[in-house]
Design a protein around this ligand. Sequence first.
Ligand code: PAP
Length: 334
Amino acid sequence: MSTFPSFTGSKCEEDDVEYNKICDKHKHLLETLPKGGGWMEHHLYNYNGFWLSQMFLKASLLVHTYFKSEPTDIVLASFMKSGTTWLKALMFSTLNRDRYSFSNHYLHNNSPQSSIPFLEVNTYPMADFTTFSAPRLYSTHFARTLLPACMSSCKFVYVCRNPKDVLVSKWLFISKLRSKDLPPLSLDEAFELFCLGVSEFGPFWEHVLSYWRASLESPDKILFLRYEELKKQPEVVVRKLADFMGKPVTMEEEKKGVVGEIIKLCSFENLRNLEVNKKGADKFGKLLEVEKKEFFRKGEIGDWKNYLSEEMKDRIDGITEQKFQGSGLIGFSE
Ligand code: PAP
């Protein structure tokens, strides 16, 4: 059964030769990598085909150096604003369903973000993931090809979402986090950057394809989900998750309505209205703090219709069709 990570803090940055080498490499990369317009900060940096902020570029180097995966790990992977918070709650409560009662649950007093930590924000000192009992659960926004080779033996749950909803959700979210030293980012500017692929952890399409291709190669290792499918058929997806995580729903649990309890606990309305998710902030490493309420905005399919013009819709749909062509991946019609 999964438990929580601890942070050893045993290494001192100044004395750590290896860490200092990474800092030098990071500095060199910041000076030499192609730059693009940042959403939250001045710039993003194109590293091995993906756009990362300074902080996550360094995190990538640290993960490659320090992180040791276990074959039993289950990793939640997603592009930003694709349903990570929801999946964190669902995966945590599905895997740990013997541990908490639905009337007095961990998620009643703790945010979903705290239930499954991000790999890339726990990099130095590296979260001591070894104190997890198997299977360990953690999440990442990194594309599949940016992860260290050791992680190819892990299981992944990937959730993707209509890029038009992702764009709108991300623009509204980032507008609140954007550096106060920068002028506000207009929707037109965000749209242009998104279409060019210049978006934290993106391009969106290459991100999705990195996991899609891996899921075709190893369907038993990667469960590929869609936010829209989860909205429409949550029972089907929760059963799939339980099977995939090696804890199928039993006949007895079916009779007790356990699947329905998990869905109710993790529903947008329930999570958003919990006191714990209304106040305070989630901390992501040393540098990033986000008001918990920002993770619960509308939680709907198709809210992009309230923001994007017909022309914008056509352009994103065109890019999606072109990028996904021949991949076997069906686009997002809604
Ligand atoms: P992250 O990338 O910052 O971790 P992520 O959780 O992936 O964010 O996405 C947030 C979106 O999921 C928000 O979408 P919206 O802006 O279109 O509303 C948020 O409202 C939605 N969301 C959060 N929790 C749930 C939930 N339980 N059910 C459905 N949608 C949810």
